[in-house]
Design a protein around this ligand. Structure first.
Ligand code: ZN
Length: 181
C-alpha cells in the first residue's frame, strides 16, 4: 500500500457499532506482520484508550482480521499490561464465572455473561512472535470477549432472555439507526 493509501485507511478508522455487518463476520487469519499492521495497531490503541475500553478487536474498526488489543487495567500508563494478540488459539480452559460485561460496539448496555475462569492461550504479537500463557480472571474475561468478536459473536448473542427484554429499546434503536461504517 502506498503511503497515501495507508493514510486514507487510518483516517477512516473509527469505532463500528451494532449492527454494522463487519461485526458479524468471522475475521481472517493474519499472515503479513508488516509496518501497515503495526501502524493500524497504534491507531487502535489510541481509539481504545480514547473510548475508555480495556479491549478492542480489529473488526470493531472495520478491519476483519484475527487481531485484538487488550489492557485489563484500561490505563495507558500501564504498558506492561498491554497485549497485542494476533491469531489467538485457546488450547484449554477451566472453571466458570458470571460477571458484568460491556462492549464499545454496544454503548449503554451492560449484561451478565458466563465465561471460563481461565484459559491457556497461544498467540502471536504484532511482529509475528509466538507466545503461550495461562490467563485467569478479568484478563481471561476480556480475552474471551475479544475472541468472540473475531468469530462474529457479540454481546447480543451472549445476553440472557431477561437482559434482551431489559435492553429491548436500546437494541431496537441501534437496529433502526443502521450501520455506522
Ligand atoms: Zn466488544
Amino acid at each position: 500500500m502506498t503511503h497515501q493509501g495507508l493514510c486514507a485507511t487510518l483516517r477512516l478508522m473509527k469505532l463500528r457499532t451494532y449492527p454494522d455487518p463487519v461485526l458479524l463476520k468471522r475475521s481472517e487469519t493474519v499472515e503479513n506482520f508488516d509496518e501497515e499492521l503495526r501502524e493500524k495497531v497504534a491507531q487502535m490503541w489510541d481509539l481504545m484508550y480514547d473510548k475508555g475500553g480495556v479491549g478492542l478487536a480489529a473488526a470493531q474498526v472495520g478491519w476483519s482480521v484475527q487481531l485484538l488489543l487488550m489492557n485489563p487495567s484500561g490505563s495507558r500508563e500501564d504498558r506492561d499490561a498491554e497485549r497485542v494478540v494476533v491469531n489467538p488459539k485457546v488450547i484449554k480452559s477451566w472453571g466458570k464465572e458470571k460477571s458484568e460485561e460491556g462492549c464499545l460496539s454496544f454503548p449503554d448496555i451492560t449484561v451478565d455473561v458466563t465465561r471460563k475462569k481461565g484459559l491457556r492461550l497461544a498467540w502471536q504479537d504484532e511482529h509475528g512472535k509466538q507466545y503461550e500463557e495461562d490467563i485467569n480472571d478479568f484478563p481471561a474475561r476480556v480475552i474471551q470477549h475479544e475472541i468472540d468478536h473475531l468469530e462474529g459473536v457479540l454481546l447480543v448473542h451472549r445476553m440472557s432472555p431477561v437482559d434482551r427484554i431489559r435492553y429491548r429499546r436500546e437494541l431496537e434503536e441501534m437496529l433502526a439507526s443502521g450501520t455506522t461504517g
